[in-house]
Design a protein around this ligand. Structure first.
Ligand SMILES: Nc1ncnc2c1ncn2[C@@H]1O[C@H](COP(=O)(O)OP(=O)(O)OP(=O)(O)O)[C@@H](O)[C@H]1O
Ligand SMILES: O=P(O)(O)OC[C@H]1O[C@H](OP(=O)(O)OP(=O)(O)O)[C@H](O)[C@@H]1O
Length: 220
């Protein structure tokens, strides 16, 4: 029998939203997959031909781009940041809704006009998306790469602005920041390794099962 297909799924907030989609697509993981306390990383499913791995959100893209996993679930923020040519993102899963935005301290925003910027210093987990966004309108972006807690950067003098994900806006508000520009709306996508699409016959039916699961969910 061929090696099982591996689907990479991010641990953390997306996991609970992925669960009903997996079931609707006919993928039933062993129960420990949904146990946040489990230390296992690789999980069987009711289908001997499909296994799941649980990895960090940014690493989903890397596992799938390199063909270590054939499919994955990952935010469009992460897809844009890596821009791996090997990744194909055929299905918007309509989960993990948020946006990637530029924010700055409320006191500065009151007298600031983003159209007048020629150079910005930004703390972010997304240096490539940030640089591309600003370069498109001739603004040079100097990025300080952080992996979390970007909101601390302005008050501690690391960078006057941040680029980060915003959903409810609560994190910005509690840290005295306001959103000044939306760079992109974000949802999670099903991603597939392009080579695996051609070489592994089971990939396309699985992609179709996810596509139907999302369509049924939206229609319900
Ligand atoms: N506040 C949010 N609301 C909705 N979706 C979000 C939010 N924050 C992040 N996401 C989506 O979920 C994905 C994973 O985010 P999460 O915050 O769980 O990862 P993380 O904590 O940065 O991951 P890690 O700990 O692995 O570095 C993001 O890439 C994005 O697509
Ligand atoms: O607008 P809100 O609803 O407040 O959500 C935005 C926050 O959510 C994400 O962080 P997360 O909670 O995942 O923490 P982390 O990135 O530090 O892990 C993001 O990096 C923001 O900090």
């Amino acid at each position: 029998m061929a090696d099982p297909l591996i689907i990479a799924v991010p641990k953390g907030r997306i996991l609970s939203e992925v669960q009903p989609l997996l079931a609707a697509a006919g993928v039933y993981p062993e129960p420990s997959f949904f146990d946040e306390n489990s230390r296992a990383l690789r999980f069987a499913t009711s289908d001997a031909g499909v296994e799941l791995i649980r990895v960090r959100a940014f690493d989903v893209a890397t596992f799938v781009a390199h063909g270590a996993a054939q499919l994955g679930v990952v935010g469009s923020d992460v897809i844009a940041e890596f821009a791996y040519p090997e990744l194909y993102a055929p299905v918007d899963l309509h989960i993990g809704h948020c946006r990637l935005s530029v924010a700055e301290p409320a006191a500065i925003a009151a007298a600031d006009d983003p159209r007048g910027w020629s150079h910005v210093r930004v703390a972010t987990k997304y240096p490539h998306v940030t640089a591309r966004h600003f370069a498109a309108r001739g603004v040079q972006a100097e990025c300080v790469k952080l992996n979390g807690a970007m909101e601390l950067a302005p008050t501690l003098g690391l960078a006057p602005r941040i680029v980060d994900l915003v959903s409810s806006g609560r994190t910005l508000k509690e840290n005295g920041l306001v959103e000044v520009e939306v760079i992109a709306e974000v949802t999670s996508r099903l991603v597939v390794n392009r080579a695996a699409m051609k070489t592994r016959p089971a990939v396309v039916p699985l992609v179709d099962a996810f596509r139907r699961a999302v369509a049924d969910r939206i229609a319900a």
